[in-house]
Structure formats: structure tokens, C-alpha cells
Design a binder for this molecule. Structure first.
Ligand code: PAF
Length: 327
């Protein structure tokens, strides 16, 4: 499959490297020349459980290039950059665009950028970007995908909507490509449940680890951190219930704890952003939960407070210079 990864950060490089190893034609697109140069010159360095391997053959491109002949475009940019990054590319109408980003609002932003052949999903894999072109695979997890469009959603069981040209991949083609690359993947007919389930995981882990400069495992093992995770996730769970979202798990608190354990050594994406002096995804995670609560006439004080603290940290506590601009 010809696959373009939009965003050459930790997850873009991880998926890109694993998919390229299996013979897919992979292009990494990013607006940061330093990231692209490292991969173009030396290949991608992937570290897993202390072992390193170098994956060569990935193509690199800067916007507006890189998606012209893509069958599949996977979006991994920061949620605040989604609209701008997708709009900056020349995306053929047949290309399936799949967002695997964190938080709420990405589907809407990609639609606003004029994309209709849209799938969405979540991934439980953990990865850290430790140098340009170098990624640590910090924990394996499941990827869940489904069509985002209401009209295509009904057809998702078949995997390929009738109106889609034969050259366009269906969800089953994407699942097979991901599985061959060692990324276990499940197709669902309603992607909202998995998106909210992952949202609660990110709400429980990311802000606290970013503020405490702690790896994910602390959220499961430290009693104060575990109590905070529980309070955050329970608040979000109540909002999901009020919105009628059926989560992908019977116990989102236990699920978030399990992910914190499975990715124990990983620095959450929000901690990586804070350390690199970048803006974070706080507004589409805890901030979005607090906003949903307000719209419903509910309160979410723990999420609201974490969102405020991270915004303060982003705006007033920036002590490290940005390594790279955002895409
Ligand atoms: O945002 C992240 O870092 C990841 O989604 C997760 C699952 C919390 C693992 O680090």
C-alpha cells in the first residue's frame, strides 16, 4: 500500500517504520526539516526493549508534497494543527484519510479541510521520540479503526463502501497492512466509543505526567497519582454516560491503569510536548471534557483544574526552547 504519515513525531515514525519494514511504500510528511533530514540521511532508528534497528527506505516530504499518490493518509499531527496540516497537502479524492490522533475534534477539523473519505481510530501503542529520526517503542497496544462518516459507518461491516473506487483501500485492507506490521488492529462499526475510551485514558495519564514530569507507570503505582487518575477518569465517565456514549470497556478506570502499566516507561505525549517546549493537546483532552461538562450543565472540577495547570505550564512555565516547530 502507498501510505503517507502526516506528522513525523513519535507515533508517525513508529507506524511509518513498521509499515515500511513490511514492504509498504511509506512517506513521512512534516514541516520540520531536521526531522525529515535525519530519516532521509540515516533511515529511522527504532529502539524496542533495549534493542535498536535501523529501518531504511522511507520517503520524506514537506507540505504541500507527500500525499499526491497516497492510497492511505494517516494523520498523527498534534490536534491543534489538524486543520492546517491536512489543508496544506494535495490529497487526491480517492485517498482514505485515517486520524489516529488523541482527543476530541479531529474528525470535524479534517472534514472542514474538505475530506469526505474519512476513517478514525485510536491506538494504544506508546512511543517516545528521543532524537530526530529516532523513536523508542515503549509499549504495544491495540489499534481500533472505523469509518467516521455516518453514511460510510453503516457500510463499515463490509469494509468497502460501494461508492469507493476499487483502488481505494477499505478498512479490512488497512487492518491487514497494520497487522502484518505487528500492529494488532480491530475494526468497529461505531468509532465514538473507542475514541472516548482513549480520551479517558489520555485524560487520566497525560496531564498529570506532564505536570509531575513522571513516566506513565507512576499513574498506576504511586497511590496519590492513582487516586488522581481515578478522579479524572470517573468525571469523564459521567460525561460520557450523560452523552450516551457506549465506552469500549466496562471499567474505564481499570483500563486506564492497565495502559499506564503497559506503557510504564513511556513519557506521555503531553510530557514530551512540555519537555520540548511545544504546546500540548490539553484543550482537546481534559479541557474538552470540562467544556462538554459545562455544555451539559455538569461540572468537571478535576479535569478543569488539570487543564488550567497545564495551560499555565505551557504559557508561563516554558523554560526549555522548542526543538522543532509544530507541523
Ligand atoms: O498520549 C500518549 O502518550 C498515549 O496516548 C498513551 C496511551 C497515554 C501512552 O503514552
Amino acid at each position: 500500500m502507498r501510505i503517507t504519515l502526516l506528522g513525523a513525531g513519535a507515533m508517525g515514525c513508529l507506524f511509518g517504520g513498521l509499515l515500511a519494514e513490511q514492504g509498504n511504500s511509506v512517506t513521512l510528511v512534516d514541516s520540520c526539516p531536521e526531522r525529515l533530514k535525519a530519516v532521509a540521511d540515516q533511515g529511522l532508528l527504532l529502539e524496542e526493549q533495549g534493542r535498536e534497528r535501523r529501518i531504511r527506505g522511507l520517503l520524506t516530504a514537506a507540505p504541500p508534497h507527500g500525499a499526491e499518490d497516497a492510497e492511505l493518509l494517516v494523520v498523527f499531527v498534534k490536534s491543534s494543527d489538524t486543520f492546517g496540516a491536512v489543508s496544506s497537502l494535495r490529497i487526491p479524492p480517492n485517498t482514505v484519510v485515517l486520524t489516529l490522533q488523541n482527543g476530541l475534534g479531529n474528525i470535524e477539523a479534517i472534514r472542514r479541510a474538505g475530506i469526505s473519505r474519512l476513517a478514525a481510530g485510536v491506538t494504544g501503542n506508546g512511543a517516545s521520540y528521543f532524537a530526530p529520526g529516532a523513536v523508542r517503542f515503549a509499549g504495544r497496544g491495540e489499534t481500533v479503526i472505523g469509518w467516521a462518516a455516518p453514511d460510510q459507518e453503516a457500510l463499515s461491516q463490509a469494509g468497502q463502501p460501494e461508492s469507493m473506487p476499487l483502488s481505494a483501500p477499505g478498512l479490512e485492507d488497512i487492518r491487514v497492512a497494520f497487522e502484518r506490521a505487528g500492529l494488532p488492529t480491530r475494526i468497529v462499526s461505531d468509532i465514538k466509543g473507542p475514541i472516548w475510551t482513549k480520551l479517558l485514558v489520555n485524560a487520566g495519564i497525560n496531564a498529570a505526567t506532564a505536570l509531575c514530569l513522571a513516566p506513565n507507570g507512576v499513574m498506576a503505582e504511586h497511590p496519590e497519582a492513582a487516586a488522581l487518575l481515578r478522579a479524572v477518569v470517573e468525571e469523564g465517565w459521567q460525561i460520557a454516560r450523560a452523552l450516551g456514549v457506549s465506552l469500549d470497556t466496562a471499567d474505564p478506570v481499570a483500563h486506564a491503569v492497565a495502559i499506564a502499566r503497559a506503557t510504564a516507561s513511556n513519557r506521555s505525549s503531553m510530557l514530551q510536548d512540555i519537555l520540548a517546549g511545544r504546546s500540548t493537546e490539553i484543550n482537546v483532552i481534559n479541557g474538552a471534557l470540562a467544556a462538554c461538562a459545562a455544555e451539559l450543565g455538569m461540572v468537571a472540577p478535576v479535569n478543569e483544574t488539570l487543564a488550567r495547570l497545564v495551560r499555565i505550564r505551557e504559557e508561563a512555565g516554558m523554560v526549555l526552547p522548542a526543538q522543532c516547530g509544530t507541523l
